[in-house]
Design a protein around this ligand. Sequence first.
Ligand code: CO8
Length: 260
Amino acid sequence: SNNKIQVELDESSGVATMKLKSPPVNSLSLELLTEFAISLEKLENNRACRGVIITSAVPKIFSSGLDITEMCGKSTEHYTEFWRAVQEMWLRLYGSSMVTVAAVNGSSPAGGCLVALTCDYRIMAENPKFSIGLNEAQLGIVAPFWFKDTFVNVVGHRIAERSLQLGSLHPAPEAHKLGLVDELVPEEKLMEKAAAVMAQWLALPDHARQLTKTMMRKAVVDRLVAHREEDIKNFVTFVSKESIQKSLRMYMEMLKKRKS
Ligand code: CO8
């Protein structure tokens, strides 16, 4: 099949695992984002499922973030559809009533970091070669306000302000110190630890936890919902600029050159 996400539900624990499997780097393409939102919706509507662990099936990479090729040389209609899919994925994940745990088993820049930040809890493999952060500024682009809000809600304003301006990618140990990830474990223990954390969160009654989660996140969700069309318009205008197209093309070339 051409599934880019492997979903498995353990009926006895009520915990699903979503494994991103879109080699080489789990870029969040329109197709992957759409599958992500649909998979989440299915689990959300499945009463047997109370929690989701999100991880990667690609070695060394959690997700390389938004697929840059979706933002290069495409039509206004395409940019519009793409951005709506990014919003949809985030709205479903941030607003999920399930417990969501990110098992970050590789590098996690930009949109990859957003996916992790959007969960309730983050566990990262302790490998210092793996880094995580919202590095948009390094690409000459600006993280949208709801990426920023999600980041601030995890690490606080000061750390977010510095990290966003510098477009920092933090190696796992530093990410842990900053509170960007909650825990570091040896890579081979990651899934075991994620299951243990999940069990701890699921030991509480769902209802009070869900209402508390909603209370904590509602303002940020409502802000995007209220400004959704405006946010799409902003993205399309921004990404359509020749200067931004040039920055993105140069960045893609830099990625390719770095290899050889
Ligand atoms: N999108 C598309 N293609 C990508 C991306 C990406 N995000 N990342 C990597 N690729 C491609 C590479 O170009 C390369 O292609 P090819 O094989 O054709 O040369 C292939 O994937 C493999 O990549 P690498 O050789 O670099 O693989 P490594 O294992 O050496 O490194 C990394 C993996 C660390 C993930 C590295 O590829 C990397 O740093 N990628 C860039 C990550 C990044 O900066 N992403 C930011 C995307 S922007 C975003 O998510 C938010 C934007 C918000 C919108 C703002 C308004 C405009």
